[in-house]
Design a protein around this ligand. Structure first.
Ligand SMILES: [Zn+2]
Length: 267
């Protein structure tokens, strides 16, 4: 039996969307509508043998176009954790939406791990319809297709262990091929839910986010994520500003920028 590596796990905040109201974060709106901003993250799982970057955010041009506030390029955010983007070998893409896959050109050595279904979805019939296609950036998708031909995309179909103590799991829902990442840490199994749950409220109150391919799969996904994690506080939503408040900073000078997820949340 191979022993599981124990990973350090970090969230790096790279962008913010403040002009956002709660009724946009839930199907059916929100009876107590008020400001409910979103944060944007990439994640790092640092093992003793291998490390994995999870998602790649977007760049300055996309931020202008989509009216999001870019705080730092995600590659620069990772540098704050002593990651050299030019040396990164493994990148997990939870899905190919614009805020998860931009910047892949800044990681020249990396392989990209995605689900078969995500590439099929992002290049298939549903993209002709605005509700499904609008969160994709066609240049990113085409760029990833080029990486397929260069042999740099690693396809997975369902559940796959990428290294002892780190695995990906197809969930779908938000997109056809969304995957979550399960990581073994000093506090047990932590799940990076990415957009399987944008916010804590989405899965805790079973109120799905409105950008969705399949609502049934999205709601099933909440149960799947719970089953994969060692507890409710071991689930990390993809866009919730509370993550930065609940988890301690990776170091005092990284307060509000990099949070440590392999330790217990505060309070
Ligand atoms: Zn997202």
């Amino acid at each position: 039996m191979t022993t599981q590596d124990i990973y350090e796990l970090f969230a790096v905040k790279y962008a913010h969307h403040g002009e956002r109201y709660a009724n946009l974060n839930f199907i059916g709106g929100d009876p107590h509508d008020g400001p409910m901003p979103l944060d944007f993250y990439v994640w790092l799982a640092r093992g003793t043998k291998r490390s994995f970057v999870v998602d790649l955010g977007f760049n300055a041009e996309t931020a202008r176009h989509r009216k999001r506030e870019l705080l730092r390029n995600p590659a620069d955010g990772l540098r704050l954790l002593d990651v050299d983007p030019a040396a990164v070998e493994d990148i997990i893409l939870t899905h190919l939406h614009y805020d998860h896959v931009g910047n892949f050109d800044l990681f020249p050595k990396a392989n990209f791990h995605i689900q078969d279904k995500e590439m099929a979805y992002a290049t298939g019939r549903h993209m002709a319809h605005r509700p499904f296609g609008e969160a994709y950036a066609v240049e990113d998708v085409v760029g990833l297709v080029r990486e397929v031909y260069r042999g740099r995309v690693r396809f997975h179909d369902g559940d796959a262990e990428l290294a002892p103590g780190l695995s990906v799991h197809h969930v779908g829902g938000h997109t056809m091929g969304l995957q979550v990442v399960r990581v073994w840490t000093q506090r047990g199994w932590v799940v990076l839910a990415s957009d399987a749950a944008h916010l804590y409220a989405n899965f805790q109150e079973v109120r799905p986010f409105p950008i969705v391919f399949h609502v049934g799969d999205m709601i099933e996904g909440y149960s799947r994520v719970r089953a994969l994690a060692d507890g409710e506080d071991h689930i990390i939503p993809g866009h919730d500003p509370l993550v930065m408040r609940r988890y301690p900073a990776a170091s005092p000078k990284l307060e509000g920028i990099c949070a440590r997820l392999d330790v217990a949340p505060r309070g």
